[in-house]
Design a protein around this ligand. Structure first.
Ligand code: NAD
Length: 490
């Protein structure tokens, strides 16, 4: 009888259109959150591997950047079609490495595909401006790629967040280096392989793996002109500061603590099911998740529905798992503290089990009621399926709490009064506002991006403002008429 030892794959980087073994000596296990199974090992690369990728990218970018945008996007049309054909396959990988349900993974791939669709429309929206600014003298703009750019992405949307960035960046003529989360590196490799299959020239999309070392190397590398980042606030701020100090353009999206204000005139059924979907979707591991409900006045019946609906969700079927044991412990510690401090845990998801996957990191929906506005569960990003409810007696009081929030990602209100909704839109301090919408993600061409501690650097990371981010605009002033003696002032 022979003993078979199954060794998991040690991931390579993707450089120059193919897998290239990393020179890193250290590897981390990639663990499937819903089973506890180690499915791969990811190399923790550093400056040497990055430098290899930048050299290849820089070489490839010269030809790519000189290719007309109409030709560049032909590959993206093929990429979009291929992603649609392979959505199920990608969703399976995403669900495996991230722990979200396959349906959630499929939906996230579809949202990513919308960004590819937007990138294919670049020839229609990319034109420059031209005007005669003086007699016989005209000014026009020229858009050019930045060159080699990079994207650093978080664990919670392993396919969608990379797709927020690289399709538009490469359609704009750049070569891209993607550094996915070391917790979820598999989708990035699959996306790169699919792009190559669609005819994307080698070196235009590269993937390098690792954690802090490679992120810092990206911030420091003189061959990288722009960096998009999505992740937690502390790291976003550090990446923003380091890239800026090195003279790079950078947009860094950070964490969130999103408030949902519930008014007594809100539609009970729509509001309740919306709140539940918002705080439990992707097991609360979304920067757009509702994490605090501010209940204004008599909204008890709505909150009762929230509790009943949330209690009916079954982990493993309706709810995915938490990314890691460590994250699970962090979330449970918030609930333990709330309990110790005497807060009312009206729905307790601790101890949830999924019988056929006992090693998964499960946590059922949890609701903490009558939370003080300054308790950690009301102010800090928990990033799990935990909803804190703060009770107030007026909209003014609710706005004060919302506006005190250092984050500014999303804020939503549930009401049937247009005037109240308008007041909220104007006064909530968040980049993305929902009116009766609990996850107010702007769809293309509207850009995704928060404010304050949820975003460092100006502008959104998707949509119209992202085109400016991934390009340089030159102004060209032209005079061809030698007979025209007018000077530039005339
Ligand atoms: P994270 O900040 O831990 O990691 C993000 C990226 O930074 C990863 O690629 C990681 O390798 C790297 N990184 C981690 N620690 C680092 C360090 N000390 N120095 C340099 N690089 C480091 O975030 P996460 O846990 O993967 O993702 C969850 C966070 O992302 C949450 O805070 C969530 O709100 C946020 N997020 C924000 C948005 C948004 O659009 N604002 C979207 C998705 C997720």
């Amino acid at each position: 009888m022979s003993t078979q030892v199954t060794k998991v794959e040690q991931l390579a980087n993707w450089i120059g259109g193919k897998k290239v073994a990393a020179s890193a000596k250290e590897f981390l296990p990639v663990t499937a959150p819903s089973t506890g199974e180690v499915v791969a090992e990811v190399p923790l690369c550093g400056p040497a591997d990055l430098d290899k990728a930048v050299k290849v990218a820089s070489e490839a970018q010269r030809e790519w950047g000189a290719t007309p945008v109409k030709d560049r996007v032909q590959i993206l049309f093929r990429f979009k079609a291929m992603l649609e054909a392979k959505t199920d396959q990608l969703a399976e990988i995403c669900s495996l490495e991230n722990g979200k349900t396959v349906d959630e993974a499929r939906a996230s791939v579809s949202r990513g595909i919308e960004c590819v669709e937007y990138a294919t429309s670049l020839p229609q929206i990319f034109q420059g401006r031209l005007m005669e600014v003086s007699r016989g003298v005209e000014c026009r703009t020229r858009r050019e790629p930045v060159g080699v750019v990079a994207g650093i992405t978080p664990f919670n949307f392993p396919a969608m967040v990379p797709l927020w960035m690289f399709p538009l960046a490469i359609a704009s003529g750049n070569a891209f280096i993607l550094k996915p989360s070391e917790q979820t590196p598999l989708c990035a490799m699959e996306l790169a392989a699919i792009a190559a299959e669609c005819g994307l020239p080698a070196g235009i999309l590269n993937v390098v793996h690792g954690g802090r070392d490679i992120v810092e190397a990206i911030c420091d590398h003189p061959g990288i002109g722009g960096v998009g980042f999505v992740g937690s606030t502390g790291v976003a701020k550090a990446v923003y500061t380091r890239c800026s100090a090195n003279g790079k353009r950078v947009r860094a999206l950070g964490g969130a603590k999103n408030h949902l204000v519930v008014m007594p005139d809100a539609d009970p059924e729509m509001t309740a099911s919306n709140i539940v979907a918002s705080f439990t979707g992707c097991a609360g591991q979304r920067c757009m998740a509702a994490s605090v409900v501010i209940a204004v006045g008599e909204v008890g019946p709505i909150l009762d529905r929230v509790r009943t609906q949330a209690a009916s969700l079954v982990p493993g079927r309706d709810l995915g798992s938490i990314i890691s044991r460590k994250a699970h412990e962090r979330i449970v510690a918030y609930i333990d503290k709330a309990e110790k401090d005497g807060l009312s845990i009206v729905l307790d998801g601790r101890g949830a089990q999924v019988p056929d996957r006992p090693e998964g990191n499960w946590l059922a929906p949890t609701i903490i009621d009558h939370a003080p506005k300054d308790h950690p569960c009301s102010c800090e990003e928990i990033f799990g399926p935990v909803l804190s409810i703060i009770r107030v007696s007026s909209l003014d009081e609710a706005m004060e709490i919302e506006n005190d929030n250092p984050y500014g990602n999303a804020a939503a209100i549930y009401t049937s009064n247009g005037g109240t909704a308008e007041f909220f839109s104007a006064n909530a301090r968040a980049g993305m506002i929902g009116i009766n919408v609990g996850v107010p993600v702007p769809r293309e061409p509207f850009g995704f991006g928060g404010l304050f501690d949820s975003r460092f650097g100006d502008g959104d990371l998707t949509g119209e403002q992202a085109i400016d981010f991934w390009t340089i605009t030159k102004k060209v002033t032209v005079k061809w008429s030698a007979g025209n003696r007018a000077n530039w002032m005339s």
